[in-house]
Design a binder for this molecule. Structure first.
Ligand SMILES: NC(=O)c1ccc[n+]([C@@H]2O[C@H](COP(=O)([O-])OP(=O)(O)OC[C@H]3O[C@@H](n4cnc5c(N)ncnc54)[C@H](OP(=O)(O)O)[C@@H]3O)[C@@H](O)[C@H]2O)c1
Length: 335
């Protein structure tokens, strides 16, 4: 496949803006360096971190490396170029990738992808699925398995798990992965999504706008061993009455300085419950595992919307609004 010299991309050139600051530009196709491949992007997905941390400039010491910046870290597409020395991929491979916060680049026709966080997708894993998995899928997997000790072999049937904001990109995967582990799953979401979250396998679903939902109460009175907290920051005390008496963990996906202080204090005082600030670390093994779960029909992506690159600002605004159900995906090359 001949690679052109220039491509369409979406960029912003200052920190602190919003969807209206995204510009459609024609720029040079990037060249892959050592340990990178060049991907013709078929789909990309947007995550909260893209606007609420990276675009706001909160990570500007290292991400993005420079402005103007082409945002988006999660993509799927076809390998069309190999960096020097790359032998683990071939031209024509269909891949999924997390490009990294410093590189971004997914909202474009072509993007460079580091091989350490890029995997070949099985033939039956669509570009939309591949693009959705990067941050959301890996966060759900790592928070449950690595911090919540949920084993994917189904042997965690003695665990009660709560997933908050279960209708979001992370939550829709987390409910399914916790069920693969055999756990009893309680989930919170808005009333319009209760049936969907039950269809993903949740045993009990609570409307977060009810008094019970606001207190994270399980309808059957279950006490949680693991909480995957995907909604906005809540102090540890809000969860405490609902936790199992020994060694319960609240994995906080929206950590703040307050959660770091709480976690530090609990560590110093050898507390029996733990508040665990979480940060996703992309690993090719985990991305490959998630692709395989999708390929085997054990994990499905809930897609909120697919929007062409030419209307990327609409998808960006949808993610900012915070009411998407599942993943907000951009398709590339179908306009
Ligand atoms: N630390 C990390 O490494 C890491 C990694 C990934 C994600 N995150 C963070 O985790 C959070 C979730 O990410 P995401 O991609 O899943 O977000 P998302 O897809 O934007 O989540 C949107 C969903 O959350 C629901 N929701 C919002 N507030 C809720 C509440 N209080 N209770 C129940 N449901 C609620 C919304 O439902 P309604 O429309 O009904 O309100 C909506 O369906 C974000 O804050 C993100 O930044 C952190």
């Amino acid at each position: 496949m001949a690679v052109p010299h220039t491509m369409r991309a979406v960029q912003y050139s200052k920190f602190g803006g919003g969807a209206s600051d995204l510009q459609h530009v024609e720029v040079a196709v990037p060249g892959p360096t050592k340990d990178q491949v060049l991907v013709k992007v078929e789909a990309a997905s947007i995550n909260p971190v893209d606007w609420k941390a990276i675009q706001k400039g909160l990570l500007r010491i290292f991400a993005p490396a420079k402005l103007p910046h082409t945002p988006g870290t999660d993509l799927a597409g076809e390998v069309v170029g190999l960096g020097p020395g790359v032998t683990s991929f071939a031209i024509g491979d269909k891949v999924a990738s997390w490009t990294g916060t410093a590189i971004g680049g997914a909202l474009a026709e072509y993007a460079v992808a580091p091989i350490k966080s890029t995997v070949k997708r099985p033939a039956n894993v669509s570009a939309v699925d591949g693009a959705a998995l990067g941050i959301a899928g890996q966060s759900a997997l790592q928070s449950l398995r690595d911090y919540g000790d949920i084993k994917l072999d189904g042997s965690s049937n003695n665990k009660n798990v709560l997933v908050t904001a279960a209708s979001g990109g992370v939550g829709t995967y987390a409910v399914q992965i916790a069920k693969l582990g055999g756990a009893h799953v309680t989930a919170t979401c808005g009333s319009r999504n209760i049936d969907l979250i039950k269809s993903l396998g949740a045993d009990e679903v609570v409307d977060y706008k009810t008094p019970e939902g606001a207190k994270f109460q399980s309808p059957s009175g279950k006490k949680y061993d693991v909480v995957i907290h995907c909604a906005d920051y809540q102090a540890f005390g809000a969860f405490k009455p609902q936790l199992a008496s020994t060694m319960a963990k609240v994995i906080d996906l929206t950590p703040s300085p307050k959660s770091l202080v709480t976690a530090g204090w609990q560590g110093l005082t050898f507390a029996s419950h733990r508040f665990v600030p979480f940060l996703m670390k992309s690993k090719s093994d985990d991305l490959a595992l998630l692709c395989n779960l999708v390929s085997e029909g054990k994990l499905r992506t809930v897609v909120d919307s697919t929007t062409p690159l030419s209307r990327a600002e609409e998808a960006w605004q949808k993610q900012i609004d915070g009411h998407s159900t599942g993943k907000v995906v951009i398709t590339v090359g179908e306009e």
